[in-house]
Write a protein that binds this ligand. Structure first.
Ligand SMILES: [Zn+2]
Length: 288
């Protein structure tokens, strides 16, 4: 846990996952990325799925950033991605803090890839039929343009979206759509940053209302290894935009001391970085 006023922030590991190392590092050759990765016989690297929990006790606000892969998986499909979902990770983390899932006031949907927000819904009764929201009392924040893209994806990224994860959000009255490139925030101590390199209109919460800030890097910098500018995922829609967006994050981390939190690093929930914008290094791992 770390305090970034007015929030206390926790990183929750909601599961393990394995994705193809070549896809995760794009043009970087295996002889380089295998040194920093745990690679299996299928060429897949070890990753986690992480959500952030940000609590502002005085405002009675409990914010969950992303919801993990969720529970709507057949064993066969889960095996393809080496998924080991811990269905109790979020409830257990809340219980330790004297809270329950009903206390979550806000869900930040960074983007609708299944490994980030499969946990928005679960099957209501029978698999492949109706879904029910996992956090029915929370306000769900998602960018309108991203939501539109997820409902009509490109051939390149269609496999990353599972309609049952978010179909019911379209008609839910507890959804708030962010608009434009610089959406304003109505949440005290939270501002929004919007990126486009990985997927159109991914939203990144920036926590803190003082000098100290923490940004959830989402899939612009999914792991520590991706801090290096050319280490860009083949999944990205606009890789050169991702590189420019990484430069912006690295600048904030090095020059302004922002803390960086990651969604997929299996060792670090977040870090403080040092070095240069083009060659950042981890100065300290955060105990998130
Ligand atoms: Zn993604």
């Amino acid at each position: 846990m770390i305090i970034i006023p007015p929030f206390e922030i926790h990183s929750i590991v909601t599961g393990k996952m394995r994705l193809d190392g070549g896809a995760m590092f794009g043009v970087v050759p295996k002889v380089m990325w295998e040194k920093s990765s745990d690679v299996d016989h299928l060429n897949r690297i070890a990753m986690t799925t992480r959500t952030l929990l940000a609590i502002d006790s005085s405002a009675k606000r409990v914010i969950l950033v992303d919801t993990g892969c969720g529970s709507k998986w057949t064993p066969e499909k889960a095996q393809r991605f080496g998924l080991e979902v811990d269905h109790q990770a979020i409830p257990n983390a809340l219980i330790k803090l004297g809270l329950s899932t009903k206390d979550i006031t806000d869900v930040v949907v960074t983007h609708l890839h299944f490994d980030h927000n499969g946990g928005l819904t679960s099957w209501y009764d029978q698999p492949d039929e109706k879904t029910t929201p996992c956090f029915p009392s929370a306000t769900h924040w998602v960018h309108r343009k991203h939501f539109e893209h997820a409902n009509s994806p490109h051939h390149k990224d269609k496999a990353s979206y599972i309609p049952a994860d978010f179909n019911d959000l379209a008609t839910a009255d507890n959804v708030r759509f962010l608009e434009g490139d610089h959406p304003t925030s109505s949440i005290e101590g939270l501002t929004w940053w919007v990126s486009h390199g990985h997927t159109p209109y991914q939203i990144h919460p920036i926590f803190g209302n003082g000098k100290q800030r923490l940004i959830f890097c989402g899939d612009i910098i999914p792991t520590v290894a991706h801090l290096r500018l050319p280490w860009v995922m083949a999944y990205d829609m606009l890789p050169m935009t991702t590189i420019a967006e990484k430069e912006w994050i690295n600048h904030k981390g090095i020059k302004e001391g922002w803390l960086l939190a990651f969604p997929h690093d299996h060792q670090h929930g977040g870090v403080i970085i040092d070095g240069t914008v083009t060659r950042p290094v981890v100065a300290k791992s955060l105990d998130l």
